[in-house]
Write a protein that binds this ligand. Sequence first.
Ligand code: SF4
Ligand code: SF4
Length: 361
Amino acid sequence: MATEPVPQRRTDIGPPHYDQFLHPLIKRNYGKWKHHEALKPGVLVHTAESGEAIYTVRAASARLLSTDFIKWVCDMADKYADGYLRFTSRNNIEFLLANKENIDPLIKDLNARGVPVGGTHNSISGVVHTQGWIHCHTSATDASGLAKTIMDELDEYFSSHKLPQRVKIAVACCLNMCGAVHCSDIAILGIHRKPPYVNHANLKNLCEIPTTVAACPTAAIRPVTVDGKASVEVDREKCMYCGNCYTTCPAMPLADADNDGVSIWVGGKVANARTRPMFSKLAIPYLPNNPPRWPEVTEAVKKIVDVYAANAKPWERIGEWIERISWPKFFEITGLPFTRYHIDDFRGANKTYRTTTHMKF
Ligand code: SF4
Ligand code: SF4
């Protein structure tokens, strides 16, 4: 029996331990912080019990970045922050400064390159988003393009603290929602509006039929024979246009230039401060895909934020504000129409969840 301890294994699996990358000032004061405050929009100071302070300058960033831009950001970190920076979960860049004198020169250089500084406290943080047309085969819209145009429109709320409370915006390019749209204050969700097209001639060559049938969460896919060939058909009443079948079977494409578009949801949050966490609810069922600037979507999001900014009480998140004034009042003062699409009448799920391979109870 071995008596010596097993030497620590070194592998290349997973990220290296974070403490290798902590700023020396943070390492010295780890776990011994006294308080923090916002000096101005985009600038925070954390003060330790020892009296040392570290300054954070938060800048906007896209989620898809060129290597040139990343190199430039690293140069800025070397110049002003001893080489230390981090990316937040909402894609903001945070430079960590030990020297207070470097704050304004850094902001000047960031602004000169067109990079806004902000996203702290009662502001809109960076937009978290999914992959969009660039990377994902089931996308109904382009997440990164939408995030860019929305943030251009809402820049005044990123670079100031004039909102009643913080506002989190997320974009997901289909209802599988890889981005946290269900729990963001404003959620922009790409939607398909038609069931997948079935290419019967190719399906048998490209897809495994049992796997394709099992891929559907609402049991909308059935095996059939078409012109003597094994294939599948889709029950339109049960299909929720999720695109899962296309992931499994390339002969069932879902993208449709004329019918795909964007829906907008409001009122989600993760925080349990003041009120419980909330799921977002449908505000606008459909807006057209209109790249590259999506004017209908940016106008609608701006309107919701403007009305919230003018009417909410201090510290109310969007969901809390709507719950207080009521949903009918929300539709009334934003001028958004309440339609039959706001009523959730999808019955298929209730019956079919029990019969798929995914859920058994
Ligand atoms: S939200 Fe949908 S389309 Fe977008 S990346 Fe995720 S699975 Fe793909
Ligand atoms: S997997 Fe989704 S898109 Fe495909 S048939 Fe089922 S519900 Fe419709």
